[in-house]
Design a binder for this molecule. Structure first.
Ligand SMILES: Nc1ncnc2c1ncn2[C@@H]1O[C@H](COP(=O)(O)OP(=O)(O)OP(=O)(O)O)[C@@H](O)[C@H]1O
Length: 625
């Protein structure tokens, strides 16, 4: 027998292959099973075009079996097999793909499921094996052949007596090393889990001999070990099934089986696209926030399949960050994969799919908001914050996509409402969308700054999430209505100050000047308030940064101590103001004391910390005594 050498380039390529193309050794099984599936497919396609060939699906299968004693792993198939020439062409020349050629030749008849395209997958066997033997008999041929190789040195081909058409690949596993336990690839549980992981939806049965405990005949409590052949893959991918044939339960089961989450999904979205890019997808909107969702550890992404074979566990390019809660999978035969099938090349098709998926999710969420409010609110409770981050991130690029999906608690409705609902309810004379930011609904309810607006019957949106105000600053307006904080300098309400009040304001000017002096460095200004009714004072802010935003920034790890421009507003109609006026005339020390106490009180109401709580307590004591 003459030993033939691989061509020089092939040697180098093989070395590269074995050492660097794949990151996970277990991939070899996926590659060999995919080859077997392609081989059966080829027979199937032949049968489609040749009436002399019958294809009885039950006769076709792939079998994975381990011989622990001899450290052999076998992958057997009942596919088309290879002739001597094909063996030479396909397994003797690296990067020659018989499958790719087959697909090209049969293009007119659709090469739908054929997986192979690069002509390298087979050699991944050498990642785990020292020696690989291929026993094969081609369809329509009388002779079988044996191809054998121990790697880069070359291969031999000789005739071999084989009964049935098909191929058997025998791997002699490498010796265990410190880093790698190759014996693992002989264990039933490990093989089974690799098959499940990558090849679950290969459409022919993948069989394995499974060891089982069964009750002994005639006995109820005695068991005996038997070996039974079982099909270990699911075969028909759920996403290729007709939507009408599937029930909600089917989708829920798939969600659980795939470990997308422990909850039940709120909604599933099944896409079968047949346009410029062909793909199928099953997406889920979960109900509950995963425990790590709002942490750095959370990894977004969808499972990516190419013709039913798993390529990537979490393909992050398929979903934008603001929809990172979406779980599920995409399968497409139109992707440009790289040689290891672990990565995608700067893929145009993938971009198109991602764009379509994004739009579909948005539309489905919008429909849910419209037609299934209860569930939408549950969803928003879990993931609304992520949508708001989305509005804020990337300089507001996604605000158009997301603004109609937002919900905020409303002062008048006492439940969450959408921006569209708010605008529809706006009073005729109301120019702005008002909001109040604070720690909780209960706290905002008591904010002095909201008094006048509530009195006028204006609805106020309550912002209780850190991100709310930042997001809305990015939005700027909704349906041409600007957002306005209840604490902003100008509330945009028509000035209804009477002449009498104007005189009073003028007379009080000196009082405010002195108050400002007392509070030097603490506030930018002290002013008469047009928004207070029952409270004596409140804090507001001039400029871009609100007091709530200042608090949020201060809580961040690398806070830069950015301060809002604080303004102390005083209610001229409150009894306390008369006291202030009296003390201004008669007792400047008392005036100072009142000013300090009122300022600190405003700080407390805002939930800000006092710079000197002891002094504040002493001042109160002074007032009491
Ligand atoms: N079990 C098999 N039965 C029949 N032909 C096979 C089998 N395994 C491999 N072949 C042939 O050998 C060729 C090379 O296989 P290899 O796995 O290296 O590449 P591929 O499957 O074509 O492409 P890829 O690198 O994308 O997997 C295949 O195209 C196919 O023609």
């Amino acid at each position: 027998m003459v030993k033939k050498e691989f061509k020089a380039e092939s040697k180098r390529l093989l070395d590269l292959m074995i050492n660097s193309i794949y990151t996970h050794k277990e991939i070899f099984l996926r590659e060999l099973i995919s080859n077997s599936s392609d081989a059966i497919d080829k027979l199937y396609y032949k049968a489609l075009t040749d009436e002399n060939i019958s294809f009885n699906k039950e006769d076709y299968y792939i079998k994975v079996s381990a011989d622990k004693e001899n450290r052999l792993l076998k992958i057997t198939d009942t596919g088309i097999g290879m002739t001597k020439d094909e063996l030479e062409e396909n397994l003797g020349v690296i990067a020659n793909s018989g499958s790719f050629a087959f697909k090209r030749e049969n293009e007119l008849k659709d090469g739908y499921d054929i997986i192979g395209q690069f002509g390298v997958g087979f050699y991944s066997a050498f990642m785990v094996a020292d020696n690989v033997t291929v026993l094969t008999k081609a369809f329509g041929s009388d002779n079988g052949y044996k191809w054998e190789s121990s790697g880069a040195e070359g291969y031999t081909v000789e005739e071999f007596d084989k009964d049935s058409v098909g191929t058997e690949i025998v791997l002699k596993l490498k010796e265990n090393t410190e880093d790698e336990n190759y014996d693992d690839f002989l264990e039933e549980y490990r093989l089974r889990s690799i098959v499940k992981k990558y090849s679950d939806f290969v459409r022919y049965p993948i069989k394995m001999d499974i060891e089982k405990s069964v009750p002994k005949e005639g006995s109820e409590d005695e068991y005996t070990e038997v070996v039974q052949e079982e099909v270990v893959n699911s075969m028909v991918p759920m996403w290729r099934k007709n939507k009408n044939e599937l029930t909600k339960e089917d989708y829920d089961n798939f969600y659980a089986e795939k470990h997308y989450g422990f909850d039940k999904p709120l909604k599933h979205i099944h896409i079968s696209a047949d346009g410029a890019v062909r793909y199928n997808a099953i997406l889920y909107i979960p109900e509950k926030t995963p425990y790590d969702f709002y942490t750095k550890e959370y990894e977004k992404g969808l499972e990516l399949y190419s013709s039913g074979v798993l390529i990537m566990n979490k393909c992050s390019d398929l979903v934008p960050d603001y929809f990172s809660f979406v779980k599920g999978m995409v399968d497409s035969e139109d992707l440009s994969l790289n040689i290891s099938r672990e990565l995608l090349q700067h893929d145009r098709q993938l971009k198109i799919i991602a764009k379509r998926i994004k739009e579909k999710i948005k539309n489905e969420l919008q429909l849910m908001l419209k037609n299934d409010r209860e569930n939408y609110e549950k969803f928003f409770e879990s993931f609304g914050r992520q949508l708001k981050y989305g509005v804020y991130s990337d300089f507001g690029q996604h605000k158009e996509t997301l603004q109609d999906l937002l919900l905020f608690y409303s002062s008048s409705e006492e439940k969450v409402v959408s921006l569209a609902e708010y605008v529809e309810r706006m009073k005729e004379d109301q120019k702005y969308i008002y909001y109040a930011a604070g720690e909780s609904v209960a706290r905002i309810d008591k904010m002095p700054q909201t008094e006048l607006l509530k009195d006028k019957g204006y609805e106020i949106l309550y912002f209780t999430d850190d991100v709310d105000e930042f997001a809305v600053r990015m939005l700027m307006n909704y349906q041409d209505k600007e957002f306005k904080s209840v604490s902003s300098g100008d509330l945009g309400i028509e000035d209804t100050t009477t002449e009498e009040e104007k005189t009073q304001e003028n007379e009080s000017k000196e009082i405010f000047v002195l108050m400002k002096e007392v509070l030097m460095g603490k506030v930018k200004d002290v002013r008469i308030s047009k928004r207070l009714k029952n409270h004596p004072v409140c804090l507001t802010a001039d400029g871009e940064l609100s007091i709530e935003m200042e608090k949020i920034l201060a809580a961040m790890p690398n806070n830069q101590e950015i301060k809002a421009e604080r303004v102390l507003e005083v209610n001229p109609n409150h009894e306390v103001f008369n006291k202030l006026k009296d003390s201004f005339e008669s007792d400047k020390d008392k005036f100072k004391l009142y000013t300090e106490v009122l300022y600190n009180q405003a700080l407390l109401i805002e939930g800000l910390t006092l710079s000197d709580p002891v002094e504040f307590a002493n001042n109160i004591c002074k007032l009491i005594s």
